[in-house]
Design a protein around this ligand. Structure first.
Ligand code: OXD
Ligand code: MN
Length: 584
């Protein structure tokens, strides 16, 4: 059975029908026939443009409204009873006010439209890690994306009918006006309301809204972690695979790292992709931390992706993919800045306009995306769908920092590692509306996604670690350090396997390291930089821990932590003090 029969679903759908007044209702079963029918309707309506079937079979271009191209954090709210529980890291509205104010926008919002009911499962079928959701939407583009990003159909229906519990997500495009756009989370009711946006992170409710904001709230209650992390398996030359999870802010290279293709000189190492954006992690009976990827597709940033930076992504998106806000070449192929071949003459930009020849016109929006099924990824881990998940041996936190943070360092302990994650900072990117390139503290890359007070979140991280007899070791990486002329010091991309192999060496107790005030850093003398063609002195500069830079960062962290008042854990305050005294 591909459609849930549980009365809780049909009762809720009827309630939403009365509120939104659609002209018809379609229950999605996730089948191929359904997908073909919806796709051809969207092509007829102009919502999708069919791409060249020889070069990109079964793939489509979607152009969104020009004011609806990224997540809108200022219009995103947590609506729990007590404002303090949402914390200073979230916008808050009381549930009653939210329902009143935004309920009005849903009234009659689906007139003349079809209401789609999407039952979906986040996580492998039959896994204790997994959770079900139902999204109601009036956007067939959302249906097509959810079909790639989540498990729709039978697995979802079975999970819902077995348990009767599911996250309720109500979405309407509304009139797409940013003035009437709200993304609301009611964690106490496991409910999401999103109106006025068709953009992925605002509209594919299984992703950021459920798998991170609502799930993080549930995870705290249930004793696990819902994190903005990729999951990869690093195979060493002996054939052994070690799993790692890594948190980087949006558009900082999680997908590239998750699909890393080691260059020739690092033959013998291989990266297996488990997930590129979200990890649900639970302490196992063996005292280790076990992780699953709740998603089943990639919603990746297209610009900058090419055969050098991410060959596996390029191969993944060759078919059955949806491209959003990229350019369109005259022979019907997607094109974005940084693609391998130069832009063909006559390419249209992401809004369908002819590109002027003055050289600074952009074909793709900087946050243009591809949506592609994970099964098409050449580096896909054979364990990506394992109901037990994979055991995590290392957690990496990383930011985009021109200065301060060295290429890699290891924390001193779990509490110190939590402090490293809590104090991590990064320069902002185009994934969210707002200024690009501003440094902000973004703990665990969860600032836009933690569905509750981050002070409590830090305490929860400490308590999960205390339950692990064999916790992952925690590291910090920074691929973006620059020299005094502003040039990147590190080549990044495939070469990052050198850093992963050092981390693996630390996990196995084999790699050497120097103790510094911030933690353990590779000794420049034995960090393997052979054949990397780095500028002279680059290894020293990449690994240098400059006390003055670190000391200057301390007040920025302190100011951020102060916002959480009493909810900020004393243990992390102690870590902060201890770092200050080691730096002094
Ligand atoms: C994403 C994001 O889309 O983090 O993954 O914005
Ligand atoms: Mn993300």
């Amino acid at each position: 059975m591909s459609i849930p029969k549980h009365p809780a679903v049909s009762e809720w759908v009827s309630e939403v029908e009365r509120l939104t007044e659609p002209s018809s209702v379609h229950w999605c079963d996730g089948s191929d026939a359904e997908s073909e029918k919806l796709t051809s309707q969207m092509v007829d309506a102009g919502t999708l443009i069919k791409l060249n079937p020889k070069k990109y079979p079964s793939s489509y271009l979607h152009r969104s409204s020009p004011t609806d191209v990224s997540r809108t954090e200022h219009l995103t709210f947590v609506c729990c009873a007590n404002k303090e529980d949402a914390g200073p890291n979230n916008n808050w509205m009381s549930p009653a006010e939210a329902k009143e104010k935004v309920g009005r926008l849903f009234r009659g919002a689906m007139r003349g439209r079809t209401l789609y009911v999407i039952p979906y499962l986040m996580g492998p079928a039959g896994s204790p890690h997994s959770k079900a959701g139902v999204e109601i939407t009036d956007s067939p583009y959302v249906v097509a994306n959810m079909r790639i990003m989540t498990r729709m159909g039978r697995a979802a229906a079975e999970a819902i009918d077995a348990g009767g519990s599911f996250c309720r997500g109500l979405h309407s495009l509304g009139d797409l006006s940013p003035d009437r756009r709200y993304i609301l989370h009611f964690p106490e009711e496991e409910t999401i309301w999103s109106v006025g946006s068709g953009y992925g992170g605002n509209a594919l409710l299984g992703k950021k809204c459920f798998a991170l904001r609502i799930a993080s709230w549930l995870a705290r209650q249930e004793g696990w972690l819902a994190e903005h992390m990729l999951i990869l398996g690093l195979e060493d030359p002996s054939g052994e695979v070690t799993y790692m999870a890594a948190a980087f802010p949006s558009a900082c290279g999680k997908t590239n790292l998750a699909m890393l293709a080691p260059p020739l000189e690092s033959r013998g190492y291989k990266v297996w992709t488990v997930g590129d954006d979200i990890a649900w992690m639970r302490p196992g009976p063996d005292g280790r931390l076990w992780a699953v990827n709740p998603e089943s597709g990639f919603f990746g940033v297209a610009p900058g992706t090419n055969l050098k930076t991410n060959p596996n992504a390029m191969r993944t998106v060759q078919k059955n993919s949806i491209f959003t806000n990229v350019g369109l070449t005259p022979d019907g192929c997607p094109w974005w800045e940084g693609m391998d071949d130069p832009m063909p003459a006559g390419t249209l930009d992401w809004q369908g306009r002819t590109i002027s020849g003055n050289g600074d016109a952009q074909a793709a929006h900087p946050n243009a995306r591809y949506t592609a099924p994970i099964r098409q990824c050449p580096s896909l881990s054979p364990r990506w769908d394992d109901p037990q998940g994979v055991p995590i041996s290392a957690i990496l936190f990383g930011g985009r920092r021109a200065r301060v943070a060295p290429l890699v360092y290891q924390s001193r302990s779990w509490p110190h590692g939590v402090y490293v994650g809590a104090s991590m900072a990064s320069e902002t990117t185009a994934a969210a509306t707002g200024k690009v390139g501003v440094t902000r503290v973004d703990p665990m890359a969860m600032l836009p996604f933690c569905g509750y007070n981050m002070g409590d979140y830090f305490a929860h991280w400490l308590s999960v670690g205390a339950r692990l007899s064999n916790p992952p070791k925690i590291f910090h990486v920074n691929w973006f350090r620059r020299d005094s002329d502003g040039n990147f010091l590190w080549p990044g991309f495939g070469k990052n396997v050198r850093v992963l192999s050092w981390i693996l060496g630390r996990v196995k107790g084999k790699a050497k390291a120097c103790e510094t005030p911030i933690g353990w850093v590779p000794d420049p003398k034995d960090f393997n930089a052979d054949g990397l063609d780095l500028s002279p002195g680059a290894v020293d500069a990449l690994l240098a821990v400059r006390r003055n830079e670190w000391s200057a960062d301390l007040p920025i962290q302190e100011e951020f932590f102060k916002k959480f008042g009493d909810r900020f854990p004393a243990d992390l305050r102690d870590e902060h003090r201890a770092l200050a005294s080691r730096l002094a």
